[in-house]
Design a binder for this molecule. Structure first.
Ligand code: PEP
Length: 255
């Protein structure tokens, strides 16, 4: 199987930006850019409180809506948390799990990432699973080991059928929100490594069928070069997903 038959997915991670009314406005603008661009799936992962407005605004367009995290328990005394069924009811189809900002600021570990991945998949959400090395890990020469361990633990007890609903986003931590992008060759090397890890666990066919994104300061100027790489099937985009013009250029680059 070749890159051309994998689903290209361009996903925006809005982080803690946009109120519900601002979200509706921006989704309308992005939906115009995405109209008729059937060469890739376009997903916007918005703050929890924006989900209702975002789902309404995306109705009838080819923009899908996602959340940025989910708790692994179904319900109960978990103040401030949100469950899979809550997300589904307000129209989320996707959820980002294991973003480096959650790992860095909110105590997310490989083990809790695994719990969230399993709960999301069991409840029918599609998962965008983030992995990536810090600058220190890259400088120590342990990028491959780091992303392998993150990927393996996140996917413990996830079978090949469930893997069909998983996208892996390779996001070097040093490239997120910094304006520093991994070179296309650096990004390709690590995405290929992730595919190797998947092949070891699930076999070549499943690995070749899995969408792997690059994320980390992807923008209108560098998207085409990154997306041309054989193992980079899409992007997870922070800053540039808040500007419809720039995000539109990235969608076009993925066609
Ligand atoms: C992200 O938040 O996943 C991300 C890649 O952010 P940025 O594009 O701003 O680096």
């Amino acid at each position: 199987m070749k890159k051309s038959v994998r689903k290209a997915v361009i996903a925006g991670n809005w982080k803690m930006n946009k109120t519900p009314s601002e979200a509706s406005e921006l989704i309308k603008q992005i939906a115009e850019k995405a109209e008729g661009k059937n060469g890739c799936e376009v997903v916007l992962c918005v703050p929890f409180v924006d989900l209702c407005a975002a789902s309404d605004a995306a109705k009838g367009t080819n923009v899908k809506i996602g959340a940025q995290n989910v708790h692994f328990e179904e319900k109960g005394a978990f103040t401030g948390e949100i469950s899979v069924s809550m997300l589904k009811e307000v129209g989320a189809e996707y959820v980002i799990i294991g973003h480096s900002e959650r790992r860095q600021y909110f105590g997310e570990s490989n083990e809790t990432v695994n719990k969230r991945v399993k709960a999301a998949l069991a409840g029918g959400l599609k998962v965008i699973l983030c992995v990536g090395e810090t600058l220190d890990e890259r400088e120590k020469g342990i990028t491959g080991e780091t992303v392998s361990v993150q990927t393996k633990i996140a996917l413990l007890d996830v079978d090949s059928e469930a893997l069909k609903n998983v996208i892996i986003a390779y996001e070097p931590v040093w490239a997120i929100g910094t304006g520093k992008t991994a070179t296309a060759d650096q990004a390709q090397e690590v995405c290929a490594k992730i595919r190797e890890v998947l092949a070891d666990k699930y076999g070549n066919d499943a690995a070749e069928a899995t969408t792997i994104q690059y994320g980390g300061s992807m923008n209108a100027a560098n998207a085409a070069e990154l997306l041309a790489k054989v193992d980079i099937d899409g992007g997870l985009i922070g800053g540039a997903s808040l500007k419809s013009e720039d995000f539109g250029v990235i969608i076009d680059a993925a066609q």
